[in-house]
Design a protein. Structure first.
Ligand SMILES: [Ca+2]
Ligand SMILES: [Ca+2]
Length: 271
């Protein structure tokens, strides 16, 4: 067993195995645009370690709306100076699929998203709304290059820094594979720390680690703060699929779900 402090607490956890939508969340954002041709979502059974998961399909059309599940911070969450967030994600259901294509403008789309053609999903968007914009911590699932075949996880901190999961050597995402994505934000005054783990159960060896500066202020993490799971501010040049499962927030390392065995590496013949 790993040692845990007496302050260790899982604030929220949902694996979609039982219950009904919105499951353990406070809110499920169906397409705000009320246009099913733009977006659809459903519960699907992946089997194996994942079981039931949430699947969203983004159709080739303009769309800039919330699409996922939200939860708000409760008054009994002992967040103190640290937040851990972990979720499993999968992009597409075929190998070698360009799930992260950037898009050419779509006729009729609002001009406001014209400058944001790169594939990007905000997942999660913590602290959005409610006047907490300045404290916003945003996870971004986005294109890693112009080919569309590779994705990355980028954590944006309120000081304006972008932390890319692959910038210290970790592999980028490919289609049709599950990835456990965990990050930690720890407020230590003017010497804050960000860590990111990808399919990684070793707390001491994150895939990305950075300490320095005043990146965020934990005094802004208070009851009612939003943990939004899913905002898309781009259109797509083809239909894309995004799956997620096992959403967990804690004030200590979460690691991999179940038996904590990392998933096998993709076959070497995949690009
Ligand atoms: Ca599940
Ligand atoms: Ca700070």
């Amino acid at each position: 067993m790993l040692p845990v402090t007496s302050f260790s607490q899982v604030f929220f956890s949902e694996n979609f195995e039982s219950g009904a939508n919105p499951f353990g969340f406070d809110v499920y954002n169906d397409f705000q645009t009320n246009a099913s041709r733009w977006f659809s979502s459903t519960l699907v059974n992946e089997g194996g370690d994942r079981g039931r998961v949430w699947k969203s399909t983004f159709h080739h059309f303009c769309n800039d709306s919330y699409f996922g599940h939200d939860v708000t911070q409760k008054n009994n969450w002992n967040i103190t100076n640290r937040i851990h967030w972990r979720t499993y994600v999968k992009f597409g259901s075929r190998d070698n699929s360009p799930e992260w294509l950037t898009s050419t403008p779509v006729s009729g789309c609002a001009g406001g998203i014209a400058g944001q053609r790169s594939y990007e999903l905000k997942f999660p968007d913590i602290g959005g709304g409610g006047g907490l914009q300045l404290g916003r911590i945003i996870g971004k699932m986005r294109s890693a290059d112009s080919s569309g075949y590779y994705g990355r996880f980028r954590l944006y901190t309120p000081d304006g820094t972008n932390h890319d999961h692959d910038s210290q050597g970790a592999p980028r995402f490919i289609s049709n594979r599950w990835y456990s994505v965990e990050f930690m934000v720890e407020d230590n005054g003017n010497n804050d720390t960000v860590k990111i783990w990808i399919n990684n159960n070793n707390e001491a060896n994150p895939d990305y680690s950075y300490t320095g500066g005043n990146m965020f202020d934990s005094r802004q993490w208070s009851t009612g703060m939003a943990f939004n799971h899913g905002y898309r501010n781009h259109d797509v040049s083809r239909d894309t699929e995004f799956f997620y499962d096992d959403v967990t927030f804690s004030n200590s390392f979460i690691g991999l779900a179940g038996n904590a065995v990392a998933p096998p590496a993709p076959p070497s013949n995949l690009r």
